[in-house]
Structure formats: C-alpha cells, structure tokens
Design a protein around this ligand. Structure first.
Ligand SMILES: CC(C)(COP(=O)(O)OP(=O)(O)OC[C@H]1O[C@@H](n2cnc3c(N)ncnc32)[C@H](O)[C@@H]1OP(=O)(O)O)[C@@H](O)C(=O)NCCC(=O)NCCS
Length: 173
C-alpha cells in the first residue's frame, strides 16, 4: 500500500510523476521560493527527480491534499541520520482553502516520522530570513542547535513533540 497519512482537513499522499508540473509551479513561484533551494523550471527534470526519489528506502516525499483531493503543497522526509529524520520541502500554495494546513501538515509529518517510522529525533534547517517559519518551529518547541551565516539548524525531540501534540490535538482527526 502507498504511504498515506490521514489528517483532519488534509492528508499526505506519496508524490507521483504526474505531480511534477504542480511541484515546479509551486517551487518556482517567486512568492514561495525566496527561502528554499532553487528548482529548475524543467518539468522533465522534475519527473526524473521524482522517479529517482522512488528508489530511496528512507525518503518520503508527500503531496499535501485536502479531502476534495486538491493539491495544496508538499512536504518531505530525507537525510535520515541514525535515529533522526530531516524534514523539509515544506511549501503550501497561497490562498489556501484550509487555514490550518500549515499546522496540520507539520503535525502529520511528525506523527509519521515519530510514530510510524519510530525515529526519536528530527533535524532541519531554516533560512534565518524566513522569520515566519523560524517562529513556527520555535512555537513547537524546536531548538536552534547551530547556525551559519544563512541558516538556523534546529533539533527536535519526540518527547517535546508529545507536549506540542497535546497542545495542538484539535488539529488532528
Ligand atoms: C512553510 C509554510 C508552508 C508555512 O505555512 P504558513 O502558512 O506560512 O505558516 P504560518 O506560520 O503562517 O501558520 C499558518 C496559520 O496557522 C497559525 N499557526 C501557526 N502555528 C501555530 C501555532 N503553533 N499555534 C496556533 N496557530 C498557529 C498562524 O498564526 C497562521 O494563522 P494566520 O494565517 O491566521 O496568521 C509556508 O510559509 C510556505 O509555503 N513558505 C514558502 C516555502 C518555505 O519557505 N518553506 C520552508 C522552508 S524551511
């Protein structure tokens, strides 16, 4: 069965080659791409990227959808290191039909990483200039453990997540 994570107003489904145009549109939109790594506008390249991803044993690339099966964005697990997973490629379209999609998608990726895959920790980096997202992670209790000129490097423990999850459980089914 394909990886599938069921949420309240949204769900995560595994990316497919047919999502390449959606992803390119999302990632090359100037409003959304300011703080993420650059993506080619070439849809064929994106298709190849998705095909290669499918061979990975540890990565999970999800499309965030609502229950009308509309594609709202993406989120991804990658760069697994021991008992810690990295998550990113977190993007949501503007003018979302679901106001809580950001918080719901973060909860679903943590539930998946911690409860389904049984990692104990998570790590991720956020551009310092991406202040809104930096604040988002701090509210969840993530800690900045290092920084360079451009990025903050966060670490997040599953035990801390359990408290956040309790606080935000109204966003879960
Ligand atoms: C990353 C991204 C998906 C986050 O989504 P977002 O909508 O910006 O997230 P927000 O922090 O604004 O949260 C959305 C809403 O939930 C609310 N919210 C967020 N965290 C919350 C919390 N812990 N408790 C209560 N409400 C919360 C916010 O206040 C906001 O509500 P508002 O729209 O009424 O202001 C989005 O900014 C995006 O696509 N950015 C471009 C790509 C990018 O930079 N990705 C991250 C790379 S590290």
């Amino acid at each position: 069965m394909k990886p599938y994570v069921r949420g309240k107003n949204i769900f995560l489904r595994e990316v497919a080659v047919d999502d390449a145009d959606f992803i390119v549109e999302l990632r090359t939109n100037p409003a959304m791409s300011k703080h993420i790594s650059a993506t080619s506008a070439d849809v064929e390249m994106q298709k190849n990227y998705i095909s290669e991803y499918a061979c990975s044993q540890t990565d999970f690339y999800f499309v965030i959808c609502d229950w009308d099966w509309r594609r709202l964005g993406t989120v991804r697990i990658y760069d697994v290191r021991g008992d810690s997973f990295c998550w990113g490629s977190w993007i949501l379209s503007r003018n979302l039909p679901i106001a809580s999609a950001a918080i719901e998608s973060a909860l679903l990726i943590y539930d998946f990483g911690f409860f389904a895959l049984h990692y104990l920790k998570s790590h991720f980096d956020v551009r310092k200039a991406n202040e809104r997202v930096v604040e988002f992670h701090k509210r969840f209790g993530a800690l900045i453990v290092a920084e360079d000129e451009l990025n903050y490097f966060f670490q997040y423990d599953s035990v801390v997540y359990m408290n956040a999850r309790n606080k935000y459980r109204r966003y879960l089914p």
